[in-house]
Design a protein around this ligand. Structure first.
Ligand SMILES: *[C@@H]1O[C@H](CO)[C@@H](O)[C@H](O)[C@H]1NC(C)=O
Ligand SMILES: *[C@@H]1O[C@H](CO)[C@@H](O)[C@H](O)[C@H]1NC(C)=O
Ligand SMILES: *[C@@H]1O[C@H](CO)[C@@H](O)[C@H](O)[C@H]1NC(C)=O
Ligand SMILES: *[C@@H]1O[C@H](CO)[C@@H](O)[C@H](O)[C@H]1NC(C)=O
Length: 464
């Protein structure tokens, strides 16, 4: 009897322990579950050493999404304190295990010039819903970091998205031209020769930038160089018209890019395509204010330049200086080939169609032989109003442009302007096909030019 009581007591104790153990396990699973969502940093982050060293890839079939909120990494998020350290720590943590770096909505983060470097785990995302702000005072930029503000380097399969804003706070960098010469001396000491780009991707592959807004860059807003596999979709770029040299998107030595469904307006080119670019597709873009969509300037200081397979279609430009443009300096070498501009709607654009092989940033540039050869350029369905000159095609004296096609051009003088120039065409071979307006375009191009194509091909060899 006594033994029996002892046994049942033991059994009860056993049951209690069992219940306790199970609930403990359950709680710890719950804790780990919620842990997946937001990871808190170790107190002493920034040494490449984190508290959470467990492998994230516990299930090989399911990729988990970890979120690294910059606020939980110590960002003050008041737009005044420097949050660079927190941003960098969140980046480094996310880089190691993959997931999402989060810039939360309704917060502002002051960030100093920063390099976010890969390679990282694939499919890393930077979710920007709040605002990233550059230091507004020029004097607070380190002299050694004037090339760019946010520098993504060696990142692969990476996405920036969100409804947030990247604000370059560049107005202090633009003032130089709006001040008197007396003040200029004062300001030129303040404004360094180099101005920073807001977001730069260097040597990166398979990169997507979508939905975000980039504003007020000191120089270029979004730049890709030495990169491949670029997708830009549904972004907004905006700076005032009087901001100088502020390109929207700038591509250099980059291939396989698609830029689409975006609104770009700033003080310089909406999209600028530089040497080393090929397979670039730009479509469904609203551009303006600014200088339009531009290939070049290429061949400066007798340099070699190669640009090929550029397609621009379904773009709309309003109040821009140019529409679609190719510009080269005299004296360069290399080639621009296979370019098509189609379905371009212009409104009050000074010069909608422009090929300028005498590009010069001074009053006079010295005449030089040799040029970056232009061959295979189609202008198709360019419609709307011009404010100065409908077409300006000025090809090199030494080697003409070849295979330039003009089809279905409807350009009327804008009623808001006076003092128009006639269409200008110089040394360009190709064919035009109606309807063409103004009709003078019909005499723009020379036919034939077979012997020139041979010379052009020899220039193309520079590009391989
Ligand atoms: C958290 O991770 C566990 C595996 O460790 C997984 O089963 C669970 O679905 C994850 N929860 C969330 C919310 O991601
Ligand atoms: C474009 O981006 C905005 C956020 O800036 C978002 O609200 C909208 O849904 C996006 N549109 C598409 C088609 O993805
Ligand atoms: C010309 O460029 C387009 C892309 O813009 C490409 O699809 C086409 O194959 C290129 N043509 C040649 C001959 O390379
Ligand atoms: C360059 O050549 C053009 C056309 O031949 C000529 O009108 C111009 O004056 C020359 N410029 C200089 C700086 O020699």
């Amino acid at each position: 009897m006594k033994r029996n009581t002892n046994n049942s007591l033991l059994f009860l104790l056993f049951l209690l322990i069992l219940v306790l153990l199970t609930s403990c396990c359950f709680i710890s699973v719950e804790a780990r579950k919620s842990h997946n969502r937001t990871r808190k940093p170790h107190k002493h982050h920034g040494h490449g050493h984190h508290a959470h060293s467990q492998s994230p890839a516990s299930s090989p079939t399911q990729t988990q999404t970890y979120t690294f909120d910059v606020v939980s990494f110590g960002a003050k998020a008041n737009g005044i304190s420097d949050d660079s350290t927190a941003f960098l720590a969140a980046w480094e943590a996310a880089c190691k295990v993959g997931g999402t770096v989060k810039i939360p909505a309704e917060h502002r983060f002051l960030i100093m010039p920063i390099t976010l470097q890969g390679p990282c785990m694939p499919h890393l995302t930077l979710q920007i819903d709040g605002t990233l702000m550059a230091p507004p005072a020029i004097s607070s930029w380190p002299k050694s970091s004037l090339f760019q503000w946010i520098n993504f380097k060696y990142v692969h399969s990476f996405t920036i998205q969100g409804s947030g804003t990247i604000d370059g706070q560049g107005s202090n960098w633009w003032t130089s031209s709006q001040i008197s010469p007396m003040q200029k001396g004062y300001y030129s000491q303040q404004i360094p020769g180099m101005k920073p780009t807001v977001v730069r991707f260097y040597s990166s592959n398979d990169v997507t930038v979508r939905d975000i807004t980039i504003i007020n860059s000191p120089l270029c807003h979004l730049k890709f160089d030495n990169s491949k596999g670029i997708k830009v979709n549904n972004i907004t770029i905006s700076s005032p018209e009087n901001s100088q040299n502020t390109d929207g998107i700038h591509l250099q030595n980059s291939q396989d890019a698609e830029i689409q469904h975006s609104n770009i307006g700033s003080g310089d080119d909406c999209v600028s395509i530089q040497t080393g670019c090929s397979n670039i597709h730009i479509h469904h873009i609203n551009c303006g204010p600014g200088h339009g969509i531009s290939i070049g300037g290429l061949g400066k200081d007798r340099s070699a330049a190669c640009v090929s397979n550029i397609m621009v279609n379904d773009v709309s430009m309003k109040n821009t200086l140019y529409g679609v443009r190719i510009k080269t300096w005299q004296g360069g070498t290399g080639m621009v080939k296979n370019v098509s501009f189609s379905r371009v709607q212009v409104e009050d654009v000074k010069s909608p169609i422009m090929v300028d092989q005498y590009y010069c940033d001074k009053l006079v540039c010295k005449n030089q032989t040799g040029t970056v050869v232009i061959s295979g350029v189609k202008f198709d369905k360019i419609y709307g109003t011009y404010a100065f000159q409908p077409i300006h095609i000025a090809c090199s004296n030494s080697i003409p442009c070849t295979d330039v096609d003009l089809t279905d051009i409807h350009l009327r003088a804008s009623l808001k302007y006076r003092g128009f120039q006639q269409a200008l065409c110089w040394n360009s071979y190709g064919k035009s096909q109606g309807p063409l307006l103004p009709s003078s375009i019909d005499y723009c191009l020379r036919s034939g030019g077979g012997y020139i194509k041979k010379i052009a091909r020899s220039h193309d060899s520079v590009c391989y």
